[in-house]
Design a binder for this molecule. Structure first.
Ligand code: ADP
Length: 272
């Protein structure tokens, strides 16, 4: 029987690397990662190529419009793969500049909810949002925080079947803000749960796309904001819940004579 290493190198045509033994392959992780990236990129490229072909041949407007939509979606997917990789590399190298300003977390949540609407409609799911009536002020990087919320909500949609529910609940507690993103989806096994925030860790690697970096990125961004993130699930088939806490308050605070609203802050060094 072929070893997993040989299978990997043959599947992806990595000539010259087939004969290495497992122990003499210091770059195995990198090759595996490359293979995964190639796999992720191949599908949208093939779909976009088929759509280009259709554009070339078809004179039917409806068909051509559908082809344009496919191309747009696949390019978005490719862009996400590239962006995720870049972000993971930046985090690893400790090069994540935060643009901190006072923001109302409610608008971060509302913007994300708005942006995922088409995916929710497509999967015939129900998305519920709960935000407090008073503002939830914090000092943070709006773009990064939006990425955190978006990664959690998009996962909720992705790992929940058609017709399921995803909910986002933001509350203001005495010590800060708490954001809960929960779903009625496939849930997380007890085996996976303790490792879920590690980079490149994925659950079912056969059926879903994704590089396994979304949650690692979310954790890093939350921690850069002095917050915490954890995942709960009663196991496979029982849905999941992600809980983020962030320092926030209902009072807008701007010290007298404070500098402009944007204060760049550097991320931490590489993690071991
Ligand atoms: P990706 O989704 O790209 O694989 P993530 O880092 O976002 O990477 O998630 C890592 C793994 O955690 C996923 O492969 C999936 O198995 C599991 N996971 C994340 N969110 C959920 C969820 N809401 N429900 C079930 N499983 C989840």
């Amino acid at each position: 029987m072929l070893s997993p290493w040989k299978r990997l190198t043959q599947t992806f045509g990595l000539r010259g690397l087939e004969d290495r033994t497992e122990s003499s392959s210091p770059d195995r992780n990198s090759i595996e990662l490359c293979a995964r990236v190639v796999h992720e990129a191949r599908q949208p490229l093939a779909a976009a190529r088929a759509a280009f072909e259709l554009l070339r041949r078809s004179t039917d407007d409806a068909q051509r419009n559908r082809a344009y939509a496919v191309i747009e979606r696949q390019f978005e997917r490719l862009t996400r793969v590239v962006d995720d990789l870049l972000e993971a590399a930046r985090i690893h190298l400790g090069k994540v500049p935060l643009q901190v300003q006072q923001l109302d977390l409610r608008s971060v949540v509302e913007d994300v909810a708005e942006s995922v609407r088409p995916q929710v409609v497509e999967k015939n799911q129900r998305l519920t949002i709960h935000v407090p009536p008073e503002p939830v002020w914090m000092n943070g990087d709006g773009v990064r925080l939006e990425q955190v919320v978006s990664n959690l909500v998009v996962n909720g949609i992705k790992y929940t079947d058609r017709g399921g529910r995803v909910s986002i609940c933001l509350t203001l507690l005495p010590k800060g803000a708490e954001l809960r993103v929960s779903d009625t989806g496939r849930g997380i096994s007890g085996e996976l749960l303790p490792h879920i925030f590690e980079p490149f860790v994925r659950g079912d690697t056969r059926s879903q796309d994704g590089l396994g970096v979304g949650l690692a990125i979310a954790r890093q961004f939350v921690e850069l904001h002095h917050g915490t993130i954890r995942a709960l699930s009663a196991g496979a088939g029982n849905g999941s819940e992600f809980i983020v806490t962030l320092p926030a308050s209902s009072t807008f605070y701007r010290p007298a004579g404070a500098p402009g609203p944007t204060i760049p802050v550097s991320g931490p060094g590489p993690r071991s």
